[in-house]
Write a protein that binds this ligand. Structure first.
Ligand code: ZN
Length: 97
């Protein structure tokens, strides 16, 4: 059916655009500059990272680990459960905004 075909094309286009955003847009220096603000926002009101930062964190194990450390420290400072904070961090990084 034509309708199904159109749906399939749309899905394919969406899939391709998702592939396109897996390019690491930021350098590690850019990431480092932005990650503090992201962690603050995450801890204070559950805000996710900007898409370029999210993509970088999802693809760069060094920055991801660095961010995890910051999340642990920030959660500790704020008197929050560290595991819950880390869980919401991981979810925000793996979920496209
Ligand atoms: Zn990096």
């Amino acid at each position: 059916m034509a309708t199904n075909y159109d749906d399939a094309r749309l899905t394919r286009a969406q899939a391709e655009s998702l592939v396109a955003v897996t390019e690491p847009w930021l350098s590690c220096d850019d990431c480092f500059e932005q990650v503090d603000t992201f962690v603050d926002g995450l801890i204070s009101d559950g805000r996710g990272p900007d898409e370029p930062l999210r993509v970088h964190l999802a693809r760069c194990p060094a920055c991801y680990e660095e961010a995890e450390t910051l999340v642990s420290l920030a959660a500790d400072d704020a008197g929050l459960d560290e595991d819950l904070a880390l869980e919401s961090f991981r979810r925000s990084v793996t979920t496209p905004s």
